[in-house]
Design a protein around this ligand. Structure first.
Ligand code: SAM
Length: 278
């Protein structure tokens, strides 16, 4: 069905600045972030579990995770399902994913090095029962997502600021120069776009918005600084600024220990694949 609003054009406009950067060499760009992303994903484990609980996953299902990164979702999904294909364009991300799978004792996860833009269903990528595109290039082609899934498709991303990168950057503001100076997420250009694109394709997607965030308990503030410092590199004269940035997110527990927590929200849009009204 042709909708009243050109949501596809809006999606392109909304994603343009980020995509321009990503499209140049996604493998290299994402490869450089693999270690940082994995560290942030470890702070996110409790919230990630909550996201998984909202996905329809059966023990006999095969699952395709498009743009799997370090396996934040792919590894725990492999513990719930028959098998997982963890697909990514960045070899460095797939190495971290394999390492995480090994540590978790997961043996039913296969990594696949492939640029999703070059994936052709039935040619170099086979159908899977459940398909996941989380914070992923996969959400740029909803028709291909619909085509590659047998039972269900799920798209996940941040429903508001901060995203993972924004949360990480909040610790390194005025400390390093790899902090992106982006305005906070614009609600007018949020998950409403994907919902409406699907609606116009004849799909009635489900939408859930769940708490997300990054948290860890530390025995002391010093332990927190030492751990979180590993998310970036900065000269020692910037230490005080870094500590002030971290302090914003630390709560003292009364016994000298403290809790680091940055909260945000993630949306989960899902649908069973169907014939499309294009
Ligand atoms: C923001 S991370 C998301 C990781 C994971 N899905 C999650 O939810 O935590 C995006 C991932 O998509 C991968 N990626 C980017 N462009 C891609 C492409 N064209 N084809 C396949 N993977 C891609 C990146 O390498 C990166 O690992």
């Amino acid at each position: 069905m042709k909708g009243l609003v050109n949501w596809e054009a809006l999606q392109k406009l909304a994603m343009a600045p980020m995509m321009k950067q990503m499209d140049q060499n996604p493998a290299e760009m994402w490869g450089k972030s693999a270690i940082m992303y994995n560290q942030m994903a470890q702070l996110e484990v409790v919230y990630t579990r909550n996201q998984l609980d909202h996905l329809l996953l059966g023990p006999a299902d095969s699952v395709l995770d498009i743009g799997c990164g370090p396996g934040r979702l792919a590894v725990p999904i492999a513990q719930r399902c028959a098998r997982v294909t963890a697909l990514d364009v960045a070899p460095a991300m797939l190495e971290v994913c394999q390492d995480n799978a090994r540590r978790a004792g997961v043996t039913n996860l296969e990594t696949r090095l492939l640029n999703w833009e070059e994936a052709v269903v039935g040619d170099n990528i086979e159908q899977h029962d459940v398909v996941i595109a989380s914070r992923s290039v996969g959400m740029r082609d909803l028709v291909k997502l619909n085509q590659v899934a047998r039972k269900h498709v799920f798209i996940l991303s941040f429903a508001r600021s901060p995203s993972l990168k924004e949360a990480r950057d909040s610790l390194f503001r005025d400390v390093t120069d790899d902090v992106l100076d982006l305005p906070p997420a614009n609600r007018m250009l949020g998950y409403n776009i994907i919902f409406n694109m699907l609606y116009d394709m004849g799909i009635d997607p489900s939408v859930k918005v769940v708490p997300d965030g990054f948290t860890r308990d530390y025995r002391s503030r010093l332990e927190a600084y030492d751990d979180l410092r590993q998310l970036g590199h900065f000269p020692s004269e910037k230490e005080e600024i870094f500590r002030c940035n971290v302090d914003r997110w630390l709560t003292a527990n009364g016994d000298g220990s403290c809790t680091f927590r940055i909260e945000t929200r993630t949306y989960i849009i899902g649908w069973p694949p169907q014939d499309l009204d294009l």
